[in-house]
Design a binder for this molecule. Sequence first.
Ligand SMILES: Cc1cc2nc3c(=O)[nH]c(=O)nc-3n(C[C@H](O)[C@H](O)[C@H](O)COP(=O)(O)OP(=O)(O)OC[C@H]3O[C@@H](n4cnc5c(N)ncnc54)[C@H](O)[C@@H]3O)c2cc1C
Length: 480
Amino acid sequence: MNRNRIKELKKGSIKPDAKYVLYWMQQAQRVNFNHALEYAIQVANENYLPVLVYFGLSANYPEANRRHYQFMLEGLKEVFLILKKFNISYVLKFASPEKGILEFLDQAHSLIMDQGYLRHQRLWRDEVIEYANNNQKDLSIYCVDTDLIVPVEIASNKAEYGAYTLRPKIKKLVHDYRDFTRLSTLQNQHQVNMISDDNLLDINQTLDRLNLNQGDLPKVFYRGGYLEASKLLSLFLTQKVDHYLESSDPSTDYTSKLSMYLHFGQISSLEIYERMSLSLEQGQIDGLAYDAYIEQLIIRRELAFNYVYYQKGYDQFDMMTESWAYQTMQAHELDHKPYLYSLKQLELSQTHDPYFNAAMSEMYHTGFMHNYMRMYWAKKIIEWSPTFKKAYDTIKYLNNRYFIDGRDPNSYAGIAWCFGKHDRAWTERSIFGKLRYMNAKGLERKFDINSYVHRIDIMINSQYSIEKITKSLYDKTKEK
Ligand SMILES: Cc1cc2nc3c(=O)[nH]c(=O)nc-3n(C[C@H](O)[C@H](O)[C@H](O)COP(=O)(O)OP(=O)(O)OC[C@H]3O[C@@H](n4cnc5c(N)ncnc54)[C@H](O)[C@@H]3O)c2cc1C
């Protein structure tokens, strides 16, 4: 493992009575390609100690609802089963993560945390370090960046202007971070007996115990967990990737749909990169399609992480974009808008635009939306809202409520992009000013957009499973 992934945040003394090395799993909810878990095993082996994996499950996670919890718990259940197979102990607590962990510090030789990138994740980690320092807790604390290929602070020490400024930095470093082979074997497999608040064997029961207040959100459409992610990746590599250059067409289904698994850390982008690269080396996939996918998976994704890490107000209208964008928005704030829709009308797909309605339905019912339609959807909300700030708040609310991959660095960067961030100024026009504009005619000109509408209709109204729909769609596009 590249040692630059690891930051030492506190140094403990030699602690002969330590009972375990503690890994606080939060961002990286997986066993495979998890550098933080690997480092915990390495430290444990150096001291002949077992590892205890801790997970704090809070019913009040910012903006999370039953849809998100279900997907996450499906993945965690799998993680616990795999840890058990490897004789690694784990404990789950119904507690805010940064609070629930405190009771485990006294007996820990070291605490290993995975890197969090959003404000609250970083605050939680800071609070634990502060608590350990203020209360003279004798343990070492390390933070390991395992959810990016090039760790966020190594790739750049500032907010990057766009993909074109980050790309050369990442490209120079990426090969130094192809650094995971396999998880080491834990030598001391003695079980740490800590009582979990739940074993996740019955997820519905756990969800009921959490007592979430989530309104009438439709049931989640996709299944969480590493196995499902791995299956989708195999499907992508064997059947879709060679068509990736056509994947911006919403009527096709040539993207990987891995964003939700990446969001919960159920699969690592490094594993995806390695499996793609192996397929390329074996001549199984097209080089141009490979390059296009890597651009999204590494450059665009890591740009989003750079954005939330360095841009303080990444989730606040007044601070999330560039000054040229604020100037043009101010100049066009009072432009006449032929259509204005309320949040409810948007949410229930009750607009005059069938393409927006289809996209909103996809999001509402399935928890996912095609990338091109995410741009179109957000641009329409800008066009149909009384102010830019109102549009921003509406987009953020819907994005984070309905997308399984919502509340991600990609959410904030994707939304800010619609307001000019990481983009450029375009020809000035009414309502949008110099922000990039999208319209229904563009969709009709470029794509068979009605077949997207039809596909969403089938998805929502049919009894088919997602596998059957993906397969039938794939067969249909192959026939073209
Ligand atoms: C308004 C708006 C809102 C968005 N909200 C989210 C969100 O809440 N969560 C989220 O994960 N993504 C978001 N995106 C980015 C992008 O749309 C999704 O990541 C992508 O559609 C996920 O589908 P996929 O996994 O099939 O992508 P693929 O095309 O298979 O790409 C593979 C991976 O590359 C990354 N990627 C792809 N496109 C982008 C992109 N434009 N920017 C950054 N990374 C990218 C993702 O991690 C993705 O899983 C948003 C984009 C916009 C314009």
